[in-house]
Write a protein that binds this ligand. Structure first.
Ligand code: ZN
Length: 175
């Protein structure tokens, strides 16, 4: 398992004392001996929405901000604290593509290890367009349709490639 001890935090965010490693929940974690604060390091939750047209093409976006600029991804973002995961998926897709989607079934779930400093768990939902006009915004500067077996390069995230491969395989199984 990846390092649970964060190099990012050396002092208690509550009382500013130095954090010491202590066994909490089965792993050594930075802990405060004064107030009991424990820094649990957990992956963030990311969401992405897989929208397919009648030809089986998928809507992808080219990133212009937020890292991996110039690379393509399945439109995605982070779940905010207190936000329902499906609402996060709907919101992120609308912000980045201008399209309103109805969120459907889970398409895929994968752990993302490509950025060791920011581990995430990604949930890819199927989505169906219910309104709006496709226009890149927020972290994207282009949106376009691609066959899942012929995606644009480079792709920003290895797990998006995994999902595209799974989509091709699922489509082959349907035939
Ligand atoms: Zn403390």
């Amino acid at each position: 398992m990846a390092d649970s001890v964060s190099p990012d935090y050396h002092y208690c965010p509550r009382c500013r004392l130095e954090l010491k490693l202590a066994n909490r929940g089965g792993l050594p974690r930075p802990s405060c001996t004064s107030c009991g604060f424990v820094h649990f390091r957990n992956p963030a939750v990311g969401v992405a929405v897989v929208v397919l047209d009648k030809q089986g093409r998928i809507l992808l976006g080219r990133r212009s901000a937020g890292g991996n600029e110039g690379a393509w991804c399945i439109p995605c973002g982070y779940v905010e604290w207190g936000e329902d995961i499906r609402e996060a998926a709907r919101r992120e897709f609308a912000e980045e593509t201008g399209l309103e989607v109805r969120i459907g079934e889970v398409c895929a779930v994968h752990s993302n290890f490509h950025n060791p400093a920011a581990l995430t768990v990604g949930v890819w939902f199927y989505g169906e367009i219910v309104g709006g006009e496709a226009e890149a915004s927020d972290d994207l500067d282009r949106v376009a349709w691609f066959s899942p077996d012929d995606p644009p390069e480079p792709l920003a995230f290895p797990t998006d490639r995994t999902v595209l491969v799974e989509l091709v395989r699922n489509r082959a199984n349907v035939r």
